[in-house]
Design a protein around this ligand. Structure first.
Ligand code: FPP
Ligand code: MG
Length: 335
């Protein structure tokens, strides 16, 4: 099955869509697509068939999301923990991913027409090289598209992502691009694989499991989290509407929590900048920091330089990641 399905909604689905659209619609929805194997067992089919039906459901769900006006979707397609499964299952999932990325590249024009940007979040180096190359090619081919975004978490766990972000900051300090005192919650957030996306508004896990399983732990502290008992291959348009309704019921408290968090971040950054100029007054020119006007100037100057420094560092990081993907992608063209 193809990634983009053009089918229209039926009239009753259209009506429900219009009713939901009278309220706030999440801009970004994340899915833990769980229950493929239980579905296969229930239906007496091969495990791999359960995963294939899981992919088909993803394509269908993306279409519903587009109709509902949800422009960004992130899915847990393969956890680093999944490498511990039976070898034939891991191989089957890698093979399925290869087939689907080949198909995705064949549908290039369609992706362009719909403006779909595909991103892959995770440690690609853990994957077979041919799959790494296909993924890189898909990401490079679609990176200029900006109407909707599909983030596939592949060879991903949140802890791995956060650890990697910390390593990137350590690299920045080592290279002299940033100072240790520039490390902050917001800088760490910018070093995550997900740095190009806003945090998800809604996270949905299917199959009745009520855990996050190391998925987007950093990004979902102010998201509406909905656990649904349906197995992923059986997920329906109505299940999605139910989850959106829950988001709408909780919308105000979520926005309030986000706003408080933003204010707290700004306050902490200001405190950190003040602490830096107080600790090394000699670095900030002569003059008496007890004078409030002089102190304000020094603070502004320090903040401007810190922001420039961190932007340059983040630019270097983007360049490093882009070069990695572009090199891999050109190997796919040669292979
Ligand atoms: C969880 O169900 C599902 C997975 C581990 C794989 C999800 C992958 C897909 C839906 C296909 C996506 C493919 C691409 C190329 C994006 P489970 O295996 O944990 O089933 P269970 O909970 O019933 O045991
Ligand atoms: Mg599972």
């Amino acid at each position: 099955m193809s990634w983009i399905r053009e089918r229209e909604l039926n009239p009753i689905e259209k009506l429900a869509t219009n009713i939901l659209k009278a309220g706030p619609i999440p801009k970004h929805v994340a899915f833990i697509m769980d229950g493929n194997r239980r579905f296969a067992r229930k239906e007496h089919m091969e495990r791999q068939e359960g995963h294939m039906q899981g992919f088909n459901k993803l394509a269908e769900t993306l279409r519903w999301c587009l109709h509902l006006g949800i422009r960004e979707v992130t899915v847990y397609a393969f956890s680093i923990e999944n490498f511990k499964r039976a070898q034939d299952e891991v191989d089957g999932l890698m093979e399925l991913a290869k087939q689907k990325f080949v198909r995705l590249l064949e549908e290039k024009e369609n992706l362009e027409k719909h403006g779909v940007c595909i991103r892959v979040l995770g440690d690609l180096t853990l994957l077979p090289l041919d799959l790494q190359r296909l993924i890189a090619k898909a990401v490079v081919t679609t990176r200029a598209h900006s109407k909707c975004f599909l983030n596939l978490c592949f060879a991903y766990t949140s802890r791995h992502e956060i650890t990697n972000a910390v390593r990137e900051m350590a690299w920045g300090v080592e290279q002299g691009l940033i100072r240790a005192s520039d490390v902050s919650e917001s800088l760490l957030g910018e070093c995550l694989y997900s740095s190009n996306s806003p945090d998800p508004d809604l996270l949905i896990r299917t199959s009745g499991e009520v855990r996050l399983s190391d998925f987007l732990l950093w990004q979902t502290s102010h998201s509406c989290i909905v656990f649904q008992s349906v197995l992923w291959p059986e997920y329906s348009f109505w299940n999605l509407c139910g989850a959106i309704l829950q988001y709408q019921f909780n919308y105000r408290s979520i926005q309030k929590a986000r706003e408080l968090h933003r204010e707290e971040q700004a306050r902490l950054q200001l405190e950190a900048d003040c602490a830096c100029i107080a600790e090394f007054p000699q670095h900030h020119g002569n003059g008496n920091l007890a004078d409030p006007i002089r102190r304000q100037d020094v603070l502004l100057n320090y903040t401007t330089h810190r922001e420039e420094r961190t932007q340059d560092f983040l630019g270097a990081l983007v360049h490093k990641r882009d070069t990695f993907l572009t090199d891999l992608s050109s190997q796919a063209a040669m292979a």
